[in-house]
Design a protein around this ligand. Structure first.
Ligand code: XBP
Ligand code: MG
Length: 232
């Protein structure tokens, strides 16, 4: 039986990437940097998981004279996290359809609920408080966040950390993801994966997913969970 569901945050629980992008751009502007990430730029930049890693990947494409020292990248990212938190607290996003019901259903079935995200812990906290009205550790039994692992998705480290904290083998858990890199990360940790593509990940390669649906809105979750168990 499945004993735990492990959720990705950005793109899966909520469509947060436009808010991340806005927070990055607001931070650049506040520092007088002439950097601005368009939607098209961001679609490419998202292939690098993690905000700090994304900033470094962006810099690598700039002429050397325009690059900032690592300490500035860390500071910019910390400010971006604060701005993002304010935007979320002001109600910039809600949970994607079906998320709340699925978690309620899983709780009724005595499953544990976990999070494996590339984003930083403060972002998990503000989203939980805004969308559920509770601290994150009262929504999720286990939280593994980006700042706790060296290598971000598609590396399996974050899912391995979540599994470790759950104390469960991968075959007793299911991962929920929206992206190709998230799918790769979860698969490499041995997990079956349900995919709900998000605005930025539509059209990506989801080969290897156990189930793919436009949203998590399903009236027959018990059946689907059972069918997926048989398929991997
Ligand atoms: C998505 C990410 C994150 C966010 C930005 O993570 O790659 O880096 O875009 O957040 P996931 P930070 O889908 O795994 O939740 O700036 O805090 O990294
Ligand atoms: Mg995601």
């Amino acid at each position: 039986t499945i004993k735990a569901l492990i959720f990705d945050l950005d793109g899966t629980l909520a469509e947060t990437e436009e808010t991340h992008r806005a927070a990055f751009n607001a931070t650049f502007a506040a520092h007088g940097l002439d950097w601005h990430w368009s939607r098209d730029d961001y679609a490419v930049l998202l292939k690098t998981g993690g905000g700090k890693e994304r900033l470094r990947a962006f810099q690598a494409g700039l002429p050397e004279a325009a690059r900032l020292p690592e300490a500035d990248i860390v500071r910019l990212h910390a400010e971006k996290t604060e701005t993002f938190g304010r935007m979320i607290a002001e109600g910039a996003v809600g949970l994607r359809p079906g998320v709340e019901d699925l978690i309620l259903h899983a709780r009724e079935a005595d499953m544990a609920i976990a999070m494996a995200t590339t984003t930083s812990r403060p972002n998990v906290e503000v989203l939980a408080r805004t969308c559920w009205g509770k601290p994150a550790d009262r929504v999720f039994d286990v939280i593994a966040s980006g700042d706790e692992v060296e290598r971000k998705k598609p590396d399996p480290a974050i899912y391995r950390l979540a599994l470790d904290r759950l104390g469960l083998p991968p075959r007793e858990c299911l991962a929920f993801e929206d992206s190709h890199i998230g799918l790769q990360s979860a698969r490499a940790a041995g997990l079956g994966v349900v995919i709900t593509p998000s605005t930025y990940t539509e059209g990506e390669d989801f080969t290897g997913a156990a189930h793919c649906a436009p949203t998590l809105e399903q009236r027959n979750w018990p059946l689907i969970l059972k069918a997926m168990l048989l398929s991997y």
